[in-house]
Design a protein around this ligand. Structure first.
Ligand code: FE
Ligand code: FE
Length: 387
């Protein structure tokens, strides 16, 4: 007889605790498979991420774990009750023994669920321990109601999706709680943050938005590759060009009003001034207070001496994002995998050559940036790349 576990939930987002509990259930109960079944429309709290996004995060989490599968059984436009889910599984797998996987924190609620008595005849419950709950006693209470209950010998799950959402809002990647590939997906799609993409869409052209999305995606990928903070890279990436489509007069007005310390050359060029003014707009309109993000936006047009890792990530991502097309891009993309400083130096020197051939004067900030990067590359220090 097949033995199947069903793990229903909102998974907003799915975390390492969910993965661990499912793996222990699989082994301890000798299950053939465990289905992760996200709710299309959760009963209590509206999910922040869409059903499709929550499914994708589950796919990323269970990839490479035999026996763990995504089920779309609960992806319905109306709330689903456990008795509906289990009833449908029972029809699909009439001979299987079904285990409803649940955290110990929810055991007390089960007798109050819809058609609880019938549900208890249709499946067993597999409870995993949760911090702050006496799982053994709660299992015993549920048995008194006539349910079959197994307590899973898993370590206590101490994390919750709610805590992780709070961490993400503070621009943490929730290490040890989220798998890196899930944190990358979240940063790359701007989940669990204010909807900066919608705000930027109102401020820039469609092609600029596409570029900004490309920069966000590339910046997050580079951040993960180099062990840097992905959520910060994502926010800086989507916002970096928020002032790009403003007319020069408007940029100059904002720069003067805010008394931004810009040299004459920067003040005279949209291509340079949208960096410092973009940082100002990010601060005032989008309420960004993180100094690293603001500096990454401020200096993405010129670079500067002493760029930190996030500044380098955005500077390089801006140069190599997927929609870019110019000679030498392949080399820079390779260099970005190896060393962000090297890729940034290649980009800056390329721009310097271009500016010279056009007979324009070079940005002092860029020249100082080039000298600084050359020095840092001669004597590379690992801690150089952190933020
Ligand atoms: Fe730009
Ligand atoms: Fe850009």
């Amino acid at each position: 007889m097949r033995r199947i576990g069903i793990f229903s939930g909102t998974f907003d987002p799915v975390h390492i605790g969910h993965l661990g509990a499912a793996q222990v259930c699989l082994q301890a109960l000798q299950l053939d498979k465990v289905f992760f079944a996200p709710f299309g429309k959760p009963l209590i709290r509206q999910a922040d991420a869409s059903a499709a996004q929550r499914c994708e995060m589950i796919r990323l989490t269970i990839a490479g774990h035999p026996g763990l599968e995504l089920s779309e059984i609960d992806l319905q436009p109306k709330p689903r009750y456990a008795v509906d889910t289990v009833g449908e599984l029972r029809q699909r797998y009439p001979d299987a023994e079904l285990f409803y996987i649940i955290g110990a924190d929810k055991l007390r609620d089960i007798p109050g669920w819809k058609d609880a008595a019938r549900l208890m005849t249709m499946c067993s419950f597999a409870a995993y321990p949760r911090a702050g709950y006496d799982a053994s006693a709660l299992c015993e209470d549920l048995r008194d109601h006539g349910a079959h209950v197994r307590l899973i010998p898993a370590a206590q799950v101490t994390m919750s999706s709610g805590q992780i959402r709070a961490q993400l809002r503070l621009l943490s990647d929730a290490p040890g709680r989220l798998l890196p590939q899930v944190a990358e997906y979240i940063a790359s799609n701007g989940l669990y943050q204010p909807d900066y993409e919608r705000m930027v869409r109102q401020a820039v052209s469609p092609s600029r938005l596409l570029h900004s999305q490309g920069v966000r995606h590339t910046a997050v990928r580079l951040a993960r590759l180099h062990g840097l903070l992905m959520q910060k890279a994502g926010v800086a990436g989507i916002l970096h060009d928020c002032a790009k489509n403003m007319e020069l007069g408007r940029l100059q007005f904002i720069a003067r009003q805010a008394r931004l310390p810009c040299d004459a050359q920067t003040m005279g060029s949209n291509a340079l001034l949208h960096g410092p003014v973009g940082a100002q707009i990010a601060r005032m309109r989008y309420h960004i207070s993180d100094a690293h993000i603001l500096n990454a936006i401020r200096y993405h047009t010129t670079g500067r001496a002493g760029m930190n890792a996030l500044e380098l990530v955005i500077f390089v991502a801006d140069a190599i994002e997927p929609s870019r097309k110019y000679p030498g891009l392949g080399l820079m993309r390779e260099q970005a995998q190896e060393d962000l400083r090297l890729a940034a130096l290649t980009s800056l020197t390329g721009t310097q050559k271009f500016v010279k051939t056009k007979g324009l004067s070079e940005s002092p900030l860029s020249l100082m940036g080039i000298a600084d990067l050359r020095a840092r590359l001669r004597h590379p220090v690992k801690e150089d790349l952190a933020y």
